[in-house]
Design a protein around this ligand. Structure first.
Ligand SMILES: Cc1cc2nc3c(=O)[nH]c(=O)nc-3n(C[C@H](O)[C@H](O)[C@H](O)COP(=O)(O)OP(=O)(O)OC[C@H]3O[C@@H](n4cnc5c(N)ncnc54)[C@H](O)[C@@H]3O)c2cc1C
Length: 451
């Protein structure tokens, strides 16, 4: 029997939270550290970015999620270092002051971040979507672009504001571009007086030959067709090669094209959190191409059976960086730690993944699902997707709130209830407008339809 009183879990995402919950009632103290105060349901971030859902529904406070788990506490702090020999996690609290968290067992589950394939400077022009702040920023950028188009006096500027480019056609890119198309073609047309939002040009740029890389070809074709019906131009075999504030240059079968586009969104790649490299350097474990640290079959690090790395930051059996491996690894690690407490760890064996399939939405009543060999498209897939996502949200209040918001966005008026842009959010766009689009016309004058 191993005595392991102090369990530190770093990261309150799918992996870390499930590890914490799997330790409920065990004779240990669990400290769950996260640099945000919430558990983020990333699969619905794109709905925050496009005004369907308010952010609180997909980001319950970690403290509240584990409030009934007497042996666990949540800490808001950013982990900056881990001393594997001394068994201490170093973190910074919200006030910037250092914290030391000694542990007997450590679970690191810090997820992943965007990857710009050697072009980190593009982050400024094409934000990625990983956090609530990212989703709010993208929402503000999309909505501000329509506002700026309404203000623009020059047709070229208006067209640039009404051009939206999503780079990367994985599930996130497809879901996001579908919602931008619905905004332009269904939700916003009646809200504007000077512009016709139907004129928006919406491009989905993908370097691979098809959208939704891991899905079956029949589902890829269906997705492409549906997106095109919704007014999205799908450009496969096409890569982003340059961008700045006002344009993006893409290179595809027809050569290079420089497109004026104010709104670019990056959904093309992810890279493991820097904690993966820190652990790899400390243990000699390998890193894979996505920067994930290779773990042993029981999710521990080589030479350190007391340290687990799980979820998007860990490489195990070539599992994809999606929610199910993270959830299942978290549950497995909790179970293994419990078994170690009673000396029964051998009974648990290595981690085994149960593949429940994959799904993605395209737009209202349109989705694809591939589960246990059954491929479904259209409304049935959309309903499956909705049911599963609501099921995995935390708390009945959030589930009901989400159902209500969906009902609202799917009704005849197609209302998007969460389209708030604040003065601060919009500031950057407005400043740009003063500098470029309406350089010779003060913004308040340009706003006047009579001029
Ligand atoms: C936009 C988007 C859409 C997605 N859609 C789907 C989908 O439809 N289906 C699907 O299966 N998967 C989807 N995924 C992937 C899925 O969300 C991830 O695979 C999953 O969240 C991984 O869980 P995790 O616990 O490893 O990491 P995360 O959920 O990312 O959690 C990591 C946590 O660690 C915290 N953290 C990071 N660094 C530190 C630090 N230094 N100190 C303290 N805390 C730290 C973060 O704040 C975060 O809370 C999507 C992802 C994104 C971004």
């Amino acid at each position: 029997m191993i005595m392991q009183r102090h369990q530190v879990v770093v990261g309150g995402g799918f992996a870390g939270l499930n590890a914490t919950k799997a330790l409920a009632g065990a004779d240990v103290d669990v400290t769950l550290v996260d640099r945000t105060n919430h558990h983020l349901f990333q699969p619905l971030l794109y709905q925050v970015a496009t005004g369907i859902l308010p952010d609180g529904l997909i980001a319950p406070a970690l403290r509240s999620v584990i409030k009934d788990q007497a042996n666990a506490r949540a800490l808001l702090a950013e982990v900056i270092d881990i001393d594997l020999d001394g068994r201490v996690v170093s973190a910074l609290g919200p006030d910037g002051k250092p914290l030391r968290l000694p542990y007997d067992t450590l679970v690191v589950a810090t997820g992943a971040t965007h990857a710009y394939f050697g072009h980190d400077e593009w982050a400024e022009f094409a934000p990625g979507m990983k956090t609530l702040d990212d989703a709010r920023h993208i929402r503000s950028q999309i909505l501000s672009a329509f506002e700026m188009a309404e203000l623009a006096t020059n047709p070229d500027d208006r067209a640039a504001y009404l051009t939206f480019v999503v780079v990367g056609a994985g599930p996130t890119g497809v879901e996001l571009v579908g919602q931008v198309a619905e905004l332009a073609h269904i939700v916003l047309p009646r809200d504007y007086r000077l512009i016709d939002t139907h004129e928006a040009i919406i491009l989905l740029v993908e370097a691979a030959p098809a959208v939704l890389g891991p899905f079956a070809p029949s589902l890829q074709r269906y997705t492409e067709q549906q997106l095109e019906k919704m007014g999205v131009q799908v450009l496969c075999n096409t890569a982003a090669v340059a961008m700045d504030e006002e344009t993006i240059t893409i290179k595809g079968p027809r050569g290079e094209d420089r497109i004026p586009a104010r709104t670019k969104i990056w959904a093309a790649g992810v890279r493991a959190s820097p904690m993966a490299k820190l652990l790899a350097d400390a243990t000699g474990a390998d890193l894979d191409r996505a920067g994930r640290v290779s773990v042993r079959p029981d999710c521990t690090l080589p030479g350190h059976p007391e340290v687990f790395a799980i979820g998007d930051m860990a490489a195990l059996n070539k599992l994809p960086g999606v929610a199910q491996p993270a959830i299942q690894e978290g549950q497995y690690v909790g179970k293994l730690i419990r078994a170690r407490l009673t000396g029964g760890a051998e009974r648990i064996g290595p981690f085994r993944y149960r593949n429940k399939g994959s799904m993605a939405t395209i737009g209202r009543s349109k989705a694809v699902a591939d589960s246990f060999g059954v491929r479904v498209t259209g409304l049935p897939a959309y309903l499956m997707w909705g049911f599963i996502h609501v099921l995995y949200l935390i708390g009945w209040g959030n589930r009901l709130g989400t159902l209500y918001a969906w009902l609202r966005s799917l009704t005849f008026s197609a209302n998007r209830g969460y389209r708030v842009i604040t003065q601060q959010n919009a500031q950057r766009e407005l400043t740009r407008s003063a500098e470029t689009a309406n350089a010779d016309v003060p913004a308040h004058q340009a706003a006047d339809p009579a001029r």
